[in-house]
Design a binder for this molecule. Structure first.
Ligand code: ATP
Ligand code: MG
Length: 390
């Protein structure tokens, strides 16, 4: 029987999709080599972004079945290697996330913290909204950037709705403000509950604009609420804000913690530091004082130990936290003594302890800067604001 050509095999490999980047490995130029040997034995080498790529097994299976289905193929061997730095850069370019921010765009923001998780619905947005309000209550200058452009929920949690932000004389977007927190979300620019379908380049452009064309002013902390899962948004942020770190939210059950570990692996792949873990939905205590571990227990501790980062808090399930998320006032503002609020305030204090020094803070020994403000702290040049992008 005739063996298939390299072209035919490459064609078949177009059906192998990278689940995170949602494109075929051929389009992503991740097929390093295709060799057709005697007797219909085919060797395929796939390049991964890192050696410990968690989706390696997926590629192995998908390549085997795509190529194995071709006539004349008796056996498929799948080999892996790792993309070089140049190849990674080319991949980012191809994904349309090649651009970086202008120098100094984030010079006034001391600490950028991405709040992420492996899966949805674990409380990222509720914790982001409450942590930011708790940080503000501790005297920090805080911003929240809602990077969940598909499922934005921060405006609702701060009771802001679709309040369109003003634009300054320098053509910068002035973030809305609530509970001492500066807030930016795509939700401010859309009709109620309108859907956004951006990916790749559009998404990158929107997030870049949120970072550089928004007048954040001087901030101690910018919390970024990530969409569920890993992927496009994390990659884009890693590119735009290489100094950002990750805060990983997990629920207590072992399966959730395994999924959250993927977020940790993603941070590792993108070379972002992980600040800590917060366990959410850690049990429910009835008014009579009986405690139920509804979502199991131990996941937060285990994940923190595995990633070798602090477990910043275990936030219990409380009805008040859910109610306040829905009604638009963070629980930590309205009822700081609620058990969930107490845990979140504890986490906020932990974050302050771990945070880098505020912008402009100098070491006790440093000489005063000559000539006043440093160039990095000077007002950024006006940039044309093309948001709203509709
Ligand atoms: N500790 C808690 N106690 C009670 N309800 C909670 C708690 N944490 C989160 N919730 C509720 O769980 C739901 C999901 O929370 P949230 O939207 O913050 O999760 P998410 O991880 O941001 O979700 P998504 O992945 O969709 O962005 C919300 O209704 C929220 O009010
Ligand atoms: Mg969310």
């Amino acid at each position: 029987m005739q063996t298939p050509s390299v072209e035919t095999i490459t064609d078949a490999l177009k059906s192998v999709i990278d689940p995170e980047l949602r494109r075929s490995i051929v389009e992503l130029d991740m097929v390093r080599e295709v060799k057709v040997g005697a007797g219909g034995v085919v060797d395929v080498t796939v390049s991964l972004t890192t050696a410990g790529c968690p989706i390696r097994g997926h590629f192995q299976q998908a390549v085997r079945s795509a190529v194995g289905a071709l006539e004349g193929v008796s056996h498929v061997n799948v080999f892996f290697d790792v993309l070089s730095d140049e190849q990674k850069a080319a991949l980012k370019q191809r994904l349309g996330i090649g651009g970086t921010l202008p120098d100094g765009a984030l010079a006034q923001i001391a600490n950028v913290l991405c709040v992420g998780s492996g899966k949805g619905g674990v409380g990222k947005s509720s914790l982001t909204a409450n942590l930011a309000a708790a940080l503000a209550a501790e005297g920090r200058r805080v911003g929240v950037l809602d990077a969940d452009v598909w499922g934005y929920s921060i405006p609702r949690m701060y009771g802001l709705g679709a309040t369109r932000p003003a634009v300054s004389a320098e053509r910068k977007i002035i973030p809305n403000e609530a509970h001492g927190v500066k807030v930016m979300s795509i939700g401010f620019f859309l009709e109620q509950d309108a859907a956004v379908v951006w990916r790749g380049p559009m998404l990158h452009k929107a997030l870049a604009q949120f970072l550089k064309d928004v007048d954040w002013g001087e901030l101690d902390d910018l919390l970024i609420d990530l969409p569920p899962g890993t992927g496009d948004v994390s990659m884009t942020l890693a590119q735009l804000v290489p100094g950002a770190s990750f805060l990983i939210v997990t629920t207590p059950q072992p399966t959730a913690q395994k999924v959250a570990r993927r977020a940790g692996e993603m941070a590792g792949r993108l070379q972002l530091a992980i600040t800590g873990v917060i366990e959410n939905m850690s049990g429910f205590t009835t008014p009579a004082g009986e405690r139920y571990a509804i979502f199991g227990s131990g996941g937060g501790e285990e994940l923190a130990a595995e990633l070798d980062v602090p477990l910043l808090a275990k936030v219990p399930l409380t009805i008040a936290l859910r109610e306040h998320s829905d009604s638009g006032t963070p629980l930590v503002v309205e009822d700081p003594d609620d058990p969930a609020a107490q845990a979140i305030r504890h986490a906020a204090r932990g974050l302050i302890a771990l945070a880098p020094p505020p912008v402009g803070a100098s070491l006790p020994m440093a000489a005063p800067a000559a000539g006043g403000a440093s160039p990095a702290a000077a007002a950024p040049a006006p940039i044309g604001a093309s948001l709203p992008m509709a």
